[in-house]
Ligand binder design. Structure first.
Ligand SMILES: [Zn+2]
Length: 218
């Protein structure tokens, strides 16, 4: 054990000088009290930077090929897919500790992608009619299931329920405008989501009030 004659203290482990007076120590040093930490070969930050770099390089390569050979269908698709995967990487990185938020954003992102693909290649047929109603049904049911599995209090996830209900209502204008030629799924899912939300607003008023206080800082 090492010893500082000036401070008259004994010191555990292996020190080059006294931690109090910085003076010389006598006695034999021992092994380290705590095992030395292994250094990560690649830190989180550099991994994060490498991923961003790879995506930027991919976009530049697609852009360069596009400029030389023309922006054909697969070049544009490649650029869009790379951009989406990159965006998704950001989302997962930022919301990795909030599974419900991450899950909701992913579903909305998938809806937007399907809407774009449907608009671009099939002329808005299956997205309004089947895909978006199914996505809202899935989102509402799974929000409740995830909340139950994670033992979340209603006030912690009611904001997602309200937000989903508001977004679900956006399916109604296409029905009114006659853009949705098979309106049954959209109307039935919207009605179901609104009934579920109304039940929460009316029967769980206290939770909703606490949540709104938290969100609006009332
Ligand atoms: Zn000392």
């Amino acid at each position: 054990m090492q010893y500082c004659p000036k401070c008259e203290i004994r010191i555990l482990g292996r020190k080059t000088c006294c931690p109090l007076c910085q003076g010389e120590l006598s006695g034999e040093p021992e092994n380290h009290v705590y095992p030395p930490m292994k250094k990560n070969r690649m830190s989180g930050v550099s991994f994060y930077r490498i991923i961003h770099f790879v995506f930027i390089v991919l976009e530049i390569i697609f852009g360069a090929i596009g400029l030389l050979r023309g922006f054909s269908g697969w070049i544009t698709l490649g650029m869009i897919i790379t951009l989406l995967v990159w965006l998704d990487f950001w989302l997962v990185f930022y919301y990795r500790n909030n599974f419900l938020k991450l899950f909701s954003i992913e579903v909305y992102l998938a809806m937007l992608v399907c809407l774009f693909v449907d608009y671009r290649w099939t002329g808005l047929r299956w997205s309004f009619e089947w895909m978006i109603p199914s996505a809202f049904l899935f989102l509402t049911v799974f929000t409740a299931v995830i909340a139950a599995i994670m033992h979340l209090k209603l006030e912690d996830y009611v904001i997602y329920v309200l937000w989903n209900a508001i977004c679900c209502c956006l399916q109604i204008p296409p029905v009114l405008l006659g853009l949705n030629r098979t309106p049954y799924p959209a109307v039935i899912v919207t009605a179901g989501v609104l009934i579920y939300t109304a039940a929460i607003l009316i029967f769980k008023t206290n939770s909703v009030r606490r949540a709104s206080g938290k969100w609006l800082h009332l």
